[in-house]
Design a protein around this ligand. Structure first.
Ligand code: ARG
Ligand code: ZN
Length: 895
């Protein structure tokens, strides 16, 4: 059924402490649970007690030692009609569950011969009967018993209290977590693992033990994860004054995992993808992902665990804030202002590629949703990444020091509590009473309540004689599901003004005594507002060019009203790296958009643009990473976002023509870029080296593309050589991509070689699957990718049971390869439906993720639209569908 935010009520009973014992066995695990329960003052004695439960077998249930009568609800919950009347009483439960049959990977499950848990959001109820809601926080003691040879490592949250041997080759460990926590933060691990460990001393002088657990043989790939963890601990102390609060902090890697990682108190459980890395097996992007996710989970210890969510509608309270924190961490780790700007560009790119489409589709929902059927469907890019932007705007509105004051107040007020998004924003505002946030708090909170991406348009009126510029900002918002009318947002607009010679102009608003620097933040709170800048007498006849929304100061779609000449000026001179990148992207995007109607070819790029791009590519002192981002045209799905009826084939064709022109016109420059960015020193995954490799890889792609078009074999030959003997995975993979995306005849042989060299390494095999799923449809022989994906589903290395495999093959195909997925023969759609249904039989969470790839069928032009709709309808019509998938396809088909 539908769960509504407005229906929240406080729990009638709470759990003070819980004592758990596990006799671990893959087929049948015995769980003993002793709960100290207390009745709320407002709850009459004798009120029935309802405990969540799912797929469990109950063996016994005692209240204060007496046996109790009970019944079960349909979904498996346990109802005790006559609980003990005492205000506080003890409930003893014994039940069993079947970890090896648990293919949903929620609750207690087996993977690679070990036991692991995933309890967020509602997995604990699949382990034992409980009040499985985040506002019930208990102190946990846990005893694990298992076969010693098979499961030498026994872990749970908190501190190890005791361990020893038992009869029959079994052993035990007892853990105690002193911090009260909701059930979703419980974890246990029992497996044959090894660990890298490191002792650290905190600023406060306390000793802590950090451990990273992996399977035997993977220890050599844990150095980066450990370094990232150490850096995370130091960063949170330095930036937010937050220290590690446990003696021991553990990370455990597991290969079957539905998400990226999980912040269980003191015992983070990670997808191997975000732990294991070596230069030979992981790309620079993988290294960066590890740093970011290790940081993210660690930062949750304060933003999520010490202060948690009152209910799941408040998910962004912890996720938006923690994404904001991990983004800031990565920016600080990048080591320079320009590398931090590159990091920011990457974050905004992701927001636009994933969150903007979500916000304009059938699953659009506010950062704080109002209702859900299945909470797992709401671990979305809106809750996470847009939520982070909403936190970032609060930072912008109160300033960095003000934000720190706000965070301090938040912890002072709410440490140990389960709270709401309102509590967070209130703390930030209260700590900054004179800020524009405090002045507009109620209105600012529309960001939490209204779905959809607002449009912001900017127009200027220049009075050369008076040296006066009027900037008029207008905002509007389109309707979204369940929200027809929107109220105005509070939009912070960071800006600067440039003279036509590139100078930064002083910013003085009419009525101000003096200019306030060359950059400032305007706050738009009305639907339309004008700002008059004065003292611009030396800006010249044509007047200043505004550089708006610097650093992407608000998650909006900006219509800046600028022409190409003005964009070229920003590309060349803007002091804000983000807006320089933005100018390049818009110039390229507008070419594609202008050519879309009709069926002609992309016109030749004009010389001014080519010259400007060349200047960026060759500019001394500019980060290579920035150059790579600026010279890569927006991806097809971002172009598709801008049009009414999407023709994926046409967009693909035009973008390929754009790539071909860039390869042709900048040929000598690409050859230079390749040479100039070869690294001679040892591998480091830092911003400088990653940037060089990224740009060299782009150059190689362009050179191979050019060579294939001209029948020249030198560059494809070099790329093939790189696949074989590249110095690191980033180089080898870059060369492989150049061959596959360049349509080289060597692509097949290179893929085979890459597979052989993978030697069964799961994360490398994932890449092998992903590359084939992303392979460009050869413009000459279209229709070849979908059949190949179907064949790969049968490959001995493929399994639907492993979420990473599914994501790398299926999501890459459906999401990153629109021209191959959207075909008139509907082959991609049929494949999609087959996979969704097959997955839904055992892992609804992953099935629902895959189901989302076609939710926006409505934006397609014919014949794709009808064919896609039919595939969605076929899934929706399946007789046994999970609530997860039903919610997605139901919304997709709804008017
Ligand atoms: N809290 C985790 C994180 O963001 C994600 C867990 C999501 N789990 C789920 N079943 N939806 O770090
Ligand atoms: Zn998180």
């Amino acid at each position: 059924g539908l769960i509504r935010r407005e229906d929240y009520s406080a729990p009638a009973y709470r759990i003070l402490s819980v004592d758990l014992t596990f006799d671990l066995d893959p087929a049948k695990t015995l769980v003993g649970s002793k709960l100290r329960i207390t009745r709320d003052a407002a709850t009459p004695a004798g009120t029935p007690l309802r405990l969540d439960g799912e797929g469990l077998s109950l063996l016994r249930c005692l209240g204060d030692g007496e046996s109790l009568s009970f019944r079960h609800e349909e979904g498996g919950a346990l109802i005790i009609d006559n609980p003990p009347a005492a205000e506080t009483f003890t409930l003893e439960i014994r039940n069993t569950c079947a970890p090896e049959k648990n293919l949903e990977l929620s609750g207690l499950y087996t993977s690679g011969g070990g036991f692991f848990t995933q309890c967020e959001a509602e997995g604990f109820r699949r382990i034992t009967y409980f009040l499985d809601r985040p506002d019930v926080m208990a102190v946990y003691s846990v005893t694990l018993r298992a076969d010693k040879a098979k499961y030498p490592v026994l872990l749970s949250n908190g501190n190890l209290v005791e361990q020893g041997s038992l009869d029959n080759g079994r052993h035990y460990a007892k853990w105690h977590d002193p911090f009260p926590k909701p059930a979703y933060l419980f974890a246990l691990v029992a497996a044959d693992l090894v660990c890298r460990e490191q002792k650290i001393t905190s600023r406060a002088g306390k000793e802590h033990l950090l451990q990273v657990y992996v399977r035997r043989g993977d220890l050599g790939k844990t150095e980066h994860a450990m370094a990232s963890l150490i850096a995370s601990v130091a960063w949170d102390e330095a930036r937010f004054g937050l220290s590690l609060d446990l003696e021991r902090f553990m990370i455990v890697a597991v290969s079957d995992f539905n998400m990226g990682a999980m912040e269980n108190k003191g015992l983070n459980i990670f997808n191997t993808k975000y732990v294991l890395a070596s230069p030979a097996t992981a790309t620079d992007a993988d290294f960066a992902g590890i740093e970011s996710v290790v940081g993210h989970e660690y930062f949750h210890n304060w933003t999520g665990n010490r202060i948690t969510c009152r209910d799941w509608f408040q998910l962004s309270l912890k996720e938006g804030l923690t994404v904001y924190r991990d983004q800031e961490f990565s920016m600080d780790m990048a080591g320079s202002a320009s590398a931090a700007a590159v990091q920011r560009i990457g974050d905004v790119k992701r927001l636009r590629e994933f969150q903007f489409p979500e916000d304009s589709g059938p699953m659009a929902h506010p950062v704080r949703p109002d209702s859900y059927v299945e909470i797992n469907n709401f671990y979305t890019t809106t809750v996470y990444e847009k939520g982070a932007e909403v936190v970032r705007m609060q930072d912008t509105l109160v300033g960095r020091a003000g934000f720190r004051r706000g965070m301090d107040l938040y912890f002072q007020r709410h440490d140990g509590q389960a709270v709401t998004c309102d509590d967070f924003a209130q703390a930030i505002a209260d700590a900054n009473p004179d800020s524009p946030l405090a002045a507009n708090l109620a209105q600012f909170k529309h960001w939490y309540a209204q779905a959809g991406t607002p449009r912001l348009s900017a127009r200027t009126r220049w009075d050369a004689t008076a040296g006066r510029l009027r900037l008029t900002l207008t905002q509007s918002a389109l309707p979204s599901p369940g929200q027809a009318d929107k109220q105005a947002f509070v939009i912070p607009v960071r800006l600067g003004l440039l003279a036509r010679d590139g100078r930064a102009l002083p910013l003085q608003l009419d009525g101000e005594a003096a200019p306030a620097g060359t950059e400032r933040v305007l706050v738009l709170s009305a639907t339309e507002q004008s700002f008059d800048f004065v003292g611009l007498g030396d800006a010249g006849e044509a007047g200043p060019v505004p550089s708006l929304l610097r650093g992407f100061s608000a998650p909006v779609v900006l219509d800046d009203g600028l022409d190409s000449a003005e964009r070229l000026l920003l590309l060349r001179h803007d002091a804000d790296a983000f807006n320089r990148w933005e100018a390049a992207q818009r110039l390229l995007q507008e070419l594609l958009l202008a050519a879309l109607p009709g069926d002609g070819d992309l016109p030749a790029l004009d010389e001014a643009l080519v010259e400007a791009l060349r200047a960026v590519l060759r500019e001394d002192g500019l980060d290579a990473a920035f150059k790579e981002l600026a010279l890569t045209p927006p991806i097809e799905s971002v172009i598709a976002e801008q049009v009414e009826a999407v023709d994926p084939q046409r967009i693909h064709r035009l973008r390929e023509q754009l790539r071909a022109q860039l390869a042709e016109r900048l040929h000598a420059d690409w050859a230079w870029a390749w040479d100039a960015h070869q690294l001679r020193e040892g591998y480091r995954p830092d911003a400088h080296q990653s940037g060089c490799r990224a740009l060299a890889n782009l150059a190689l792609q362009m050179l191979v593309l050019h060579a294939v078009a001209h029948g020249d074999e030198v560059w494809p030959g070099r790329a093939y050589q790189r696949v074989k003997d590249g110095g690191c995975m980033t180089e080898r993979l870059g060369a492989l991509l150049a061959l596959v995306h360049g349509g080289s005849a060597l692509a097949g042989a290179a893929l085979e070689r890459f597979h052989a060299d993978a030697r069964g390494d799961d994360l490398v095999l994932d890449k092998w699957f992903a590359i084939q799923a992303a392979a460009t449809e050869p413009l000459g022989a279209p229709g070849s990718v979908a059949p190949r994906i179907r064949a790969l589903l049968q490959h001995p290395d493929f399994s639907l049971k492993n979420p990473n495999r599914v994501r790398n093959l299926i999501s890459t195909f459906c999401r990153d390869n629109p021209a191959a997925f959207h075909r008139a023969d509907a082959g991609g759609y049929v494949l999609w439906a087959d996979v969704v249904l097959a997955l839904d039989a055992f892992n609804p969470q992953i099935a629902a993720r895959i189901a989302r790839h076609l939710e926006r069928w409505r934006v397609l032009a014919e014949p794709w639209r009808s064919a896609a709709r039919e595939a969605v309808a076929r899934v929706a019509g399946h007789p046994r569908l999970s609530a997860d998938v039903r919610e997605i396809v139901g919304k997709a088909l709804d008017a």
